[in-house]
Design a protein around this ligand. Structure first.
Ligand SMILES: [Zn+2]
Length: 81
């Protein structure tokens, strides 16, 4: 898992959430819940990013914005003859 600046915000948010949980339960449980939440969010974000990459595919043509197929644009790279 790559550590990003976004993760820092997530950790800060979860820490605040953990502090909010402590009055209602033992600190150990609050830590466990927040740790589980952290990994669930990480997996969710990773999956969503993968699905976006899959959607974009190999990339987008710089000329027309079409999807690239086998590193070739489906509109621009057609034989001109
Ligand atoms: Zn193109």
């Amino acid at each position: 898992m790559k550590f990003e600046r976004r993760d820092l915000l997530l950790i800060v948010g979860l820490l605040l959430f953990m502090i909010g949980l402590i009055p209602f339960m033992a600190p150990v449980y609050a830590v466990v819940i927040v740790t589980i939440m952290y990994f669930v969010i990480k997996v969710f974000v990773g999956k969503r990013r993968k699905s976006i990459q899959k959607d974009v595919g190999a990339g987008i043509c710089m000329e027309c914005g079409s999807k690239l197929l086998d590193m070739k644009c489906t509109s621009c790279d057609q034989p001109s003859s």
